[in-house]
Ligand binder design. Structure first.
Ligand code: 9MR
Length: 334
């Protein structure tokens, strides 16, 4: 869909591509870019067996493979869609073995210098693969995902809990990731910091990213936007304005809006709420705010990671919900 010069995307897991006949119409009529829901995460790309077998040569340079990405790449090319590279450095969905001396889950953690080499080679290898093979496919890269969280973080809010990047590299791991992404992206992709609950922590995000921003290592902020009907949209749009005022490009990267139960009234409230998001974004955009993409986190309620909350635009029969009819016209001015 061509929409006010916004990319409009959806998260697509590989099982959708294996039943593409069922989904192709719905997907290609509404969306012009895809985010792989899980298939480009480190646990999908990193090759444990290959890395262990190649030791010691692979000690600072783990092996990767791109088999899991083939369906999305093939379909994106054949439908003319762009792809978001989600995600390079994240505390979650990154195998434990990647951080250890012998590439086994129970091994001793490596130190900062070794882990920085592994981070650099991973980022280099993933970005180079796309630059060399599919130079026009990727429109944005989530370089770092979810690095700041007041409850799980240190004094600056940098995520310490359950975070092997923090345990090995230290509290500047997100900065180092941005540095390597900048070094190897060749100016080809937008480089993003992506996070949830951005509306509750805009100042923390901005202060932690300040050095990287000042050094030109980052282009934008991805606001995931996993919302629930009734959440304070004033805070949501205030955060957007703060990020934009600080010079960041903005993308909504994982929008879904939950309801408690599926009643007619709740579906109406959900539609109204989707409509307010669309209105707010359209008017910020009209007044010059640099919002360039909006991705909904999935196609239908049945496919959603929050399927008990019916958070998406299409129902389990792939029929458009009331939210669909509020959202797209308001967002795209049609
Ligand atoms: O939607 C994804 C789900 O299928 C996975 O089980 C889950 C595991 O971490 O990740 C989900 O996607 C997450 C995204 O990558 C980052 N932001 C939060 C999303 C929802 O958990």
């Amino acid at each position: 869909m061509k929409c006010n010069s916004l990319y409009i995307g959806t998260a697509v897991p590989n099982r959708v591509f294996s039943e593409w006949g069922k989904y192709s119409d719905v997907v290609t009529k509404s969306f012009n870019c895809f985010t792989p829901e899980n298939e480009m995460k480190p646990d999908a790309l990193l090759d444990g067996e290959g890395s262990r077998a190649a030791l010691p040569e692979s000690y600072t340079h783990a092996k990767i493979r791109f088999l899991s990405c083939e369906p999305i790449i093939k379909t994106a090319i054949s439908t003319g869609a762009k792809v978001r590279l989600h995600t390079l450095v994240w505390h979650s969905q990154t195998p434990d073995w990647f951080f250890t001396e012998d590439y086994t889950d129970g091994g001793a953690l490596v130190g900062r210098d070794v882990m920085l080499c592994r981070m650099e080679s991973y980022i280099h290898d993933v970005l180079s693969y796309f630059i060399d093979n599919y130079p026009d496919l990727i429109y944005a890269v989530d370089v770092v995902n979810e690095a700041f969280d007041r409850d799980a973080g240190d004094d600056s809010g940098v995520r310490r809990k359950n975070n092997k990047w923090y345990a090995t590299v230290g509290d500047d791991y997100y900065y180092q990731a941005l540095r390597f992404a900048k070094k190897y992206s060749d100016g080809k992709f937008g480089l993003f910091y992506n996070d949830y609950a951005c509306m509750y922590k805009p100042d923390m995000i901005l202060s932690n990213l300040k050095n990287a921003r000042d050094e030109g290592l980052i282009d934008g902020i991805g606001m995931q936007s996993h919302l629930t009907v009734g959440e304070n949209l004033g805070l949501y749009f205030d955060a957007m304005k703060k990020f934009a005022d600080a010079g960041y490009e903005l993308q909504v990267t994982e929008l879904d809006i939950g309801i408690k139960e599926k009643s007619k009234e709740n579906l109406r409230l959900q539609a109204e709420y989707y409509g307010k998001i669309a209105d707010g974004i359209a008017s910020l955009k009209a007044s010059g705010t640099n919002i360039t993409a909006l991705t909904v986190w999935g196609i239908s309620d049945a496919l959603s990671w929050r399927h008990g909350e019916y958070p998406l635009l299409f129902d389990e029969n792939l029929l458009p919900k009331p939210a669909y009819f509020e959202f797209f016209p308001k967002l795209c001015g049609i």
